[in-house]
Ligand binder design. Structure first.
Ligand code: HAM
Length: 425
C-alpha cells in the first residue's frame, strides 16, 4: 500500500501536538480575559453562504473552495474561513436579540482552501478567529486588534508589524470605486484576465493582484484614503486614537485591501518580520464587516473580527526560536523486579492515576535496567521500584530522579509521599 497524506495537509505528531496544546491554551486564556466565548459551527456549509458572504469575485470563492454535491444533491462546501459561518449562526439563532451586546465569539478549527502548497500555506489549516457583532464603537476595533497582538506577545513574538487601513463606508467606497474604474479602464488590456473581470465587478481587488503588482498603474492608483467621507475619516481617526492610547504600534498602509468582499472601515493585517519566517509574512488578518449580517438575512448589525492560523503562529515562534515548556513529562515510572512485583506495580500504577498523578510502567517484560532507562527517557520526576524485598516490607523504593535520593515508603503513605515529591518540582 502506498497511500500518503493529501497534498497541503499534515499529520501533527505527538512531538508537535504538545506545542499546539500550549498555544491553544494560551489563546483560550486570552479569550477569557477579553470575555469572548467559544462557538463551534459545522465544518461544511451550504455553498451559497460563502458565495454570498465571502463574495463571488474573490479568489477564495473562484479558485479555492472544496465544493461537493452530497447524496441529496445539495451543493456543500468545506468552510474556507469562519466569519460567514459565525454570522450565519448569529442570524439563525437570533443572537441580535441577546441582552448582552455586542455578541463576542471565538472559534478554533480546521478550514480548507485549495491553494498552492508552500511554507505557511496549507489546504487544511487551523484558524483561530474572533468576531464581535453588534457594536460600531471604534473602541471595539481596538479591542479586537489588541487581543490579536496580545496573543502574539504572550507567545513571545517580538518581530511583529501591525498594518491598518480604512476601507470607508459604502458612500466612500462607491466614490473610490468610480475613481478606480476610470484609472484602470483605459489600460485594462495590459492586465491579467482576472483583473479584467474584476474591473467592473470589484476593482478594489485589482490592487491586491499578485500577477500585475509591478504594473506602474498600481503605484498611481487613486488611494482610498483620499475618498473617505467625513464620517469614515472620523471613525478611522478614533480607531487610531484608541490604538495609540493602548500603546499598540501600527503603520497605516493605504494600499491594504483584504482578499474578502465583506470588509468596510477598519482593515488590518499583522506580519512577522522575523528572519527565516518565509515568503508569506502575514500572520493574521481582519476587519470590520458592517453589511454582512444584513446580507445574510439578519438586521443591520455591525461586526468586526480577525483570524489567524495556528500553523503560522507556530512557524513564527520557530523562526524566533521560542522555547516551549515541556508539558509531556511524567510524574512517576514504576519498575518491577520479578513476576510478583509486576502485579503490585500494575495495581499501584492505576491507583496513582486515580489520584491525578501521571504514571506509566513497562509492558514489554524488560529487564530492570531497561525499565530504568525508560524512566529517564520519559523524563519522569520519580521512579518507584518494587522487588521481593519491598513486597515483604509492604513498601516501595521511591527515588527522586532529579536529586537521586531514595527512600523506603510504605504502601499506605505512598500517594502522599509521591504528591509531595512531584508537586515540589
Ligand atoms: P484571511 O486573511 O483569509 O481572513 O485569513 C486569515 C488568516 O488565516 C491568515 O492571515 C492566515 O494566518 C490564515 N490562513 C489563511 N489561509 C491559510 C492557508 N492556506 N494556510 C495557512 N494559514 C492560512 C479570514 O479568513 C477572515 N475570516 C478573517 C476575519 C475574521 N475577518 C473578520 N473576521
Amino acid at each position: 500500500m502506498d497511500i500518503k497524506l493529501p497534498r497541503g495537509t499534515q499529520d501533527i505528531l505527538p512531538s508537535d501536538t504538545a506545542k499546539w496544546q500550549v498555544v491553544e491554551e494560551l489563546i483560550r486564556e486570552q479569550c477569557r480575559m477579553y470575555h469572548y466565548k467559544e462557538i463551534r459551527t459545522p465544518v461544511f456549509e451550504h455553498t451559497e453562504l460563502f458565495t454570498r458572504g465571502v463574495g463571488d469575485t474573490t479568489d477564495i470563492v473562484q479558485k479555492e473552495m472544496y465544493t461537493f454535491q452530497d447524496r441529496g444533491n445539495r451543493s456543500l462546501t468545506l468552510r474556507p474561513e469562519g466569519t460567514a459561518s459565525v454570522v450565519r449562526s448569529f442570524v439563525e439563532h437570533k443572537m441580535f436579540g441577546y441582552p448582552d451586546q455586542p455578541v463576542k465569539l471565538y472559534y478554533m478549527g480546521p478550514m480548507f482552501r485549495y491553494e498552492r502548497q508552500q511554507a505557511g500555506r496549507y489546504r487544511q489549516f487551523v484558524q483561530f478567529g474572533m468576531e464581535a457583532i453588534g457594536s460600531s464603537d471604534p473602541a471595539i476595533d481596538a479591542e479586537v486588534i489588541s487581543l490579536a497582538m496580545s496573543i502574539y506577545k504572550r507567545a513571545g513574538l517580538k518581530s511583529l508589524k501591525l498594518v491598518i487601513n480604512s476601507l470607508g463606508d459604502t458612500e466612500s467606497r462607491i466614490a473610490h470605486r468610480e475613481a478606480l474604474v476610470n484609472h484602470f479602464e483605459p489600460h485594462i488590456e495590459e492586465f491579467c484576465s482576472d483583473c479584467q473581470n474584476r474591473l467592473q465587478k470589484n476593482p478594489l481587488r485589482i490592487l491586491d493582484c499578485k500577477i500585475d503588482r509591478n504594473n506602474p498603474l498600481m503605484e498611481t492608483a487613486p488611494s482610498l484614503t483620499d475618498y473617505l467621507n467625513e464620517e469614515s475619516a472620523a471613525y478611522f481617526a478614533k480607531v487610531k486614537e484608541y490604538l495609540t492610547m493602548l500603546n499598540i504600534d501600527f503603520e497605516v498602509d493605504p494600499n491594504l485591501v483584504r482578499g474578502l468582499d465583506y470588509y468596510n472601515h477598519t482593515a488590518f493585517e499583522i506580519m512577522s518580520t522575523a528572519e527565516g519566517f518565509g515568503a508569506i509574512t502575514t500572520l493574521a488578518g481582519g476587519g470590520r464587516y458592517n453589511g454582512l449580517v444584513a446580507e445574510l438575512g439578519g438586521p443591520d448589525s455591525p461586526g468586526i473580527g480577525y483570524a489567524m492560523s495556528i500553523e503560522r503562529l507556530l512557524l513564527a515562534m520557530e523562526a524566533e526560536k521560542i522555547e516551549f515548556p515541556d508539558t509531556t513529562s511524567l510524574d512517576v515510572y514504576l519498575v518491577a523486579m520479578g513476576e510478583k512485583a509486576k502485579k503490585k506495580v500494575t495495581e499501584l500504577t492505576f491507583e496513582l492515576r486515580k489520584h491525578k498523578i501521571s504514571a506509566d510502567m513497562d509492558y514489554l517484560e524488560r529487564k530492570v535496567k531497561a525499565q530504568m532507562k525508560s524512566a529517564d527517557r520519559l523524563k519522569a520526576k520519580a521512579v518507584i521500584v518494587i522487588g521481593e524485598d519491598e513486597l515483604e516490607k509492604q513498601s516501595v523504593m521511591l527515588k527522586d530522579l532529579s536529586t537521586g535520593t531514595q527512600q523506603l515508603v510504605p504502601f499506605t503513605s505512598l500517594i502522599d509521599e509521591v504528591k509531595k515529591l512531584t508537586e515540589a518540582k
